[in-house]
Design a protein. Structure first.
Length: 141
């Protein structure tokens, strides 16, 4: 069997998925701490997706408050694409499941499950966040 991961049909499907992510993403790349190292920017360049084309699809902008309650990192829900990498990292690396998906649909977000006391402050979720949603309050050594 031959599996083709790069052809016009597959790229068209990938482009549609990435465009939906971008339509709901807080596109302020110039002021994002992940700029230049953002996985979403890398994928957009690879698939030749334009953020300008997605502007008409955007929902009305509702600025959600940043969560700065953790002593180790800040969480900006406006930039989150709900990829779940931080949730899976917390679960698989530490086995504590401190981060979980909360809500459904447009109200879905990443949040501490119950309280943040289960967080072991390992910083793996911050390192693995592809779009700059989780930002460390202290620089990593």
């Amino acid at each position: 069997m031959v599996v083709r991961t790069r052809n016009p049909e597959v790229d068209k499907l990938r482009r549609a998925i990435v465009e939906l992510l971008i339509a709901n993403h807080h596109v302020d790349c110039r002021h994002c701490p992940k700029t230049g190292h953002c996985e979403l920017q890398r994928i957009m360049a690879y698939l030749h997706v334009s953020a300008k084309r997605m502007r008409p699809l955007r929902l009305p902008k509702v600025e959600l408050p940043k969560d700065t309650s953790s002593p180790f990192f800040d969480y900006d829900p406006n930039k989150c694409v709900l990829c779940g990498i931080c949730v899976r990292t917390c679960e698989s690396k530490q086995g504590v499941s401190a981060l979980q998906f909360m809500g459904r649909g447009y109200s879905a977000k990443i949040a501490f499950f119950g309280d943040d006391s289960r967080c072991e402050s390992c910083g793996e979720c911050v390192v693995r966040c592809p779009v700059g949603v989780l930002i460390s309050k202290t620089p990593r050594q």
